[in-house]
Ligand binder design. Structure first.
Ligand code: CMC
Length: 367
């Protein structure tokens, strides 16, 4: 047995993938995220991640039609959403709902490549319905039915608010979903691959991935990042707040990354977009606070912001409740997770690493 041990599996190559790489910036199936964010839509990028190629015009229309047809949720699940205590975090509710969806999916137990692609499309269509319905139910409103003519982000905002969103809002949400869609062997994707490597099923893998993403060191950071900004209060208080946080050795949520030590390319794209939305929505003070924190984190700790730092502000400026930030990450990432599950199953070997034993030497039971 090899004696190599790397805490947190840092630097360990744990598998092969053709879906994305962080080697030379971030690319999905060979396309740079900068180009995808500028010239594609979330639906096109989702199709790319799942199928390996960008869709033709006809394929994109058919994909939209399938998503539209699948944008419904069994009434029994809606009833369950109604009964879950209003205080339950939306991430927890979405995790439970993903598991419940398996019971109504006719292909839940079919692990073939084709069935897993079809199930992925259904999850992609149903997650926004669940998140929007849950948010409305917990605030005493009835769910709004999906509009199959709308794109996925437009439909989400429509189902959440019951009002047609502006093009600017849809575009901003769309870009954030493109940037959240896929990210190589992060913790939640690796969890999904581990789960399906036992020949378990797609719904189990995605349910586990949602539970993994929820943690504040991973996707949960986008909610914690806004908490930081709101706690700081104003640009005038930012410097003292950061100094105190660093003195306490607190982790600054939305900063740092295991792989991107000099900067997260997703954060660069989203920062530009977020600043523009801040200017249009009168949120310059929060942008200024964020900028001071960003400069201090870099000058004192060489810590660059990650994608969750600008995304937290963007979602706040779009008027989205904080509790929906990480569920939006799920709505986007389900294609990345599923593509990895499918890739893992196409060439599967069960994940079974070893541990470096640190317990007592062999001993006898006392008699
Ligand atoms: N605030 C303060 N110090 C930090 C931070 C931070 N956010 N991130 C890293 N450091 C320090 C860390 O304490 C360590 O210092 P020292 O060498 O003195 O012990 C040094 O930087 C190296 O960090 P590390 O802990 O070895 O980094 P890691 O690769 O194990 O962890 C991370 C990566 C993302 C979990 C970590 O940077 C972190 O906790 N960040 C805050 C949570 C966050 O924003 N997560 C989102 C990640 S990206 C997108 C996503 O998954 O949602």
């Amino acid at each position: 047995m090899s004696e190599t041990y790397s805490p947190g599996l840092e630097g360990v190559i744990a598998g092969e993938t053709a879906i994305s790489t962080v080697e030379t910036g971030l690319t999905y199936r060979g396309y740079a995220i900068e180009e995808l964010a500028e010239h594609s839509t979330y639906e096109e990028s989702a199709y790319l991640v799942l199928y390996g190629e960008l869709p033709t015009v006809q394929q994109a229309a058919e994909f939209r039609a399938r998503l539209g047809a699948a944008a419904n949720v069994p009434p029994e699940i809606i009833e369950t959403l109604r009964k879950i205590p209003a205080s339950a975090p939306t991430m927890d509710v979405l995790r439970s709902a993903c598991s419940l969806l398996a019971h109504w999916d006719p292909e839940a137990a079919d692990n073939s490549h084709a069935a897993n692609v079809r199930k992925t499309e259904r999850l992609l269509a149903k997650f926004p319905v669940i998140v929007a319905a849950r948010q409305r139910l917990r605030s005493g409103q009835d769910p709004v039915a999906a509009d199959s003519k709308l794109t996925l982000p437009a439909n989400f905002l429509w189902m959440l608010r019951g009002e047609k969103p502006s093009e600017r809002q849809v575009k901003a949400l769309d870009v954030s979903l493109i940037l959240y869609a896929e990210h190589e062997f992060n913790a939640s994707t690796f969890a999904a691959r581990c789960i399906c490597s036992t020949l378990s099923d797609l719904h189990s893998a995605i349910t586990g991935a949602i539970g993994t993403l929820k943690g504040p060191l991973h996707g949960g950071a986008n909610e914690r990042a806004l908490e930081v900004l709101l706690a700081v209060g104003s640009p005038q208080q930012a410097e003292a707040w950061v100094n105190a946080a660093f003195a306490r050795k607190d982790k600054l949520m939305g900063f740092g990354h295991r792989v991107y030590k000099h900067g997260d390319p997703r954060a660069v794209i989203l920062k530009r977009l977020t600043s523009a939305v801040a200017a249009e929505t009168g949120n310059q003070a929060l942008e200024q606070t964020a900028e001071i924190i960003e400069q201090m984190a870099w000058s004192q700790k060489k810590l660059p912001p990650n994608v969750d730092w600008p995304c937290a502000r963007l979602y706040h400026y779009l008027g989205l409740p904080m509790d929906l930030f990480t569920p939006l990450f799920v709505i986007a990432r389900v294609v990345g997770w599923s593509a990895h599950v499918i890739e893992q199953l196409d060439n599967n070997r069960i994940m079974r690493p070893r541990a470096l034993y640190t317990g007592p030497a062999v001993r006898k039971l006392p008699r």
